[in-house]
Write a protein that binds this ligand. Sequence first.
Ligand code: FPP
Length: 246
Amino acid sequence: MPSRKTSRERIPEHVAIIMDGNGRWAQNRGKPRHAGHRAGVETVREVMEVCGQQGVRILTLFAFSSENWRRPKTEVKMLMELFFTALNREVRRMKKRNVRLRIIGDISAFSNKLQKLIRDSERLTADNDGLLLQVAANYGGRWDITQAARKLAARAVAGELRPEDITEEDMAASLSFPDVPDPDLFIRTGGEMRISNFLLWQCAYTELWFCDTLWPDFGERELLEAFHDYAGRQRRFGRIAEQVEE
Ligand code: FPP
């Protein structure tokens, strides 16, 4: 696939994406919604490759939210099957491309077969040190914050820490992937301008970028456009412009 490195521009270290618009893409073509999800997997592959080439360290994709169980049963079933076949097929490519795979979210709700495939795929790519691909599956930002609160509450009950001593760092360390820096750039395709319960805690200072393109039509050109836009932004983290420029 042709790709050019965005010359000397600051590249986001961690990119998080809500891949929206698969259903509409399919409906626009008179196809069933699952055809859109299948086409969406092709975009996942392209975005993963471009991120690797550009030097992105972490790519986090929202594949299935805690709320997606509310979709029609047939669509949920199809998404689970697609997740299984895509993972089964792509994991070898990931291994070859030095991509490390990690699934984030409550996978206990998935079938035993899918849970096993997830664990095997993570194990197979565990020694790779290129792009870290995090796929959020049965994930929700509120779920993550809640499970972190539970861990801290349990430590407080056990007398390991006092409630008044709990810090933001303790909270961050109890979230589901504490070893990864917060996303620098958040992208949502499909025209909606919402975070939809994705990385709520982690996106406190993340730069947001939205586009109308439906996920199956998204690709290298627009991804690089998002990176270019990101490179031109000044991140102040609460400070004033002059302090940042110093
Ligand atoms: C949102 O589009 C998309 C999803 C809920 C599923 C995305 C999942 C994939 C692309 C498969 C990923 C697989 C791997 C292995 C990473 P939508 O259905 O909400 O679209 P709509 O807004 O047009 O209805």
